[in-house]
Design a protein around this ligand. Structure first.
Ligand code: PMP
Length: 321
């Protein structure tokens, strides 16, 4: 991990190495946190955060599902995110806001505990590896099923959901694959461990509906919009079966960390002919948008006025939201 300088914690910027939590923090023991993964990109007009309001909204909705009251407004969290990126002097970076139940009472009921919010930002270039965009990734259909909405809310981006995703990811990595694809309890494709999945077959682009138990990805939403805007691409939200993965012409994963990444193999089956014309068209359009080269989508970019902070006097601490 490429450490940066500051982490925003409950209203103040604190040194990265000093942003610590007590051992009995509720979320550490019972996974009672909700979070976001956001990216900031370099554009010709400076750094800009991609679809920031949508990420902040999803975080507040995740909290609502869990009856968690975030002690800041959406505007305050939005401001704190841009401030964290700016203070660290970052241009291209990944941003991780987390709201979590802190230290106070143990026991399963989180509600007596204070809700804390932390925001970190650091340089994180490639989630699925340097070669992933060029060469595609190899995926394994996991033996672990994606959490069912009768047990956990899959559309909340809660820390607890990622225990399920981590089991799948570990299994795939140990078997020599790059990423896991998870089926839902009906045996239909849900998503990858930290990405949504799209299929291309006979020129039609499809992705499983939210009811398949997927996280409503913001990259997924962007790609769906692009299928309309680019023209000549038919799009459907439909259930996808395991064998339909194998017989796809193209498959790709979408996520904030991973971007748009082609899949070259699933369970030892090569996908399509190894050429990804539709995926590449979407990848290029996505890259142009996030880097501010396509002005049609400039409302999706929140500019950050980078103002690197070297030190914060102790009197200034605790005064900022
Ligand atoms: N599904 C899961 C389980 C994820 O963790 C992510 C990453 N947030 C995604 C899909 C993609 O979502 P987004 O495009 O909003 O990053």
């Amino acid at each position: 991990m490429k450490e940066s300088t500051w982490i925003w914690l409950d209203g103040s910027l604190v040194k990265w190495s000093e942003a610590k939590v007590p051992f009995l923090t509720h979320a550490l023991h019972y996974a009672t946190g909700v979070f976001e993964g956001i990216r900031c990109y370099n554009t010709s007009e400076g750094p800009a955060i991609f679809r920031l309001p949508e990420h902040v909204s999803r975080m507040f909705e995740s909290a609502k599902i869990y009856l968690m009251k975030i002690p800041y407004s959406r505007e305050e969290v939005t401001g704190a995110i841009t401030k964290t990126v700016a203070a660290n002097g970052l241009d291209e970076c990944y941003v991780r806001p987390l709201a979590y139940y802190g230290y106070g009472e143990m026991g399963l009921n989180p509600l007596p505990n204070r809700v804390s919010v932390g925001i970190a930002a650091w340089r994180w270039d490639s989630y699925l590896g340097e070669k992933a965009e060029r060469e595609g990734v190899r995926c394994q259909v996991s033996s672990w099923r994606r959490i069912h909405q009768a047990s956990m809310p899959p559309q909340a981006k809660s820390t607890s959901n990622y225990a399920n995703a981590a089991l799948a990811k570990i299994e795939a990595l140990k078997a020599g694959y790059d990423e896991a694809i998870m089926l839902n309890m009906d045996g239909m494709v849900a998503e990858a461990s930290a990405e949504n999945i799209f299929r291309v077959k006979d020129g039609i682009v499809s992705t499983p509906p939210a009811s398949a138990g997927v996280l409503r990805g913001i990259t997924r939403d962007t790609i769906i919009r692009l299928t309309t805007d680019l023209g000549g691409i038919e799009f459907r939200r439909v259930d996808i079966s395991r064998e339909e993965l194998y017989t796809s012409d193209e498959l790709f994963l979408t996520g904030t960390a991973a971007g748009v990444t082609p899949v070259r193999e699933v369970d030892g089956r090569t996908i399509g002919s190894g050429a990804w014309p539709v995926t590449q068209r979407l990848m290029e359009a996505y890259s142009n948008i996030v880097h501010g080269r396509d002005k049609q989508y400039s409302e999706w970019l929140t500019p950050v006025a980078t103002k690197r902070i070297e030190t914060i006097s102790s009197s200034a601490r605790g005064t900022t939201v």
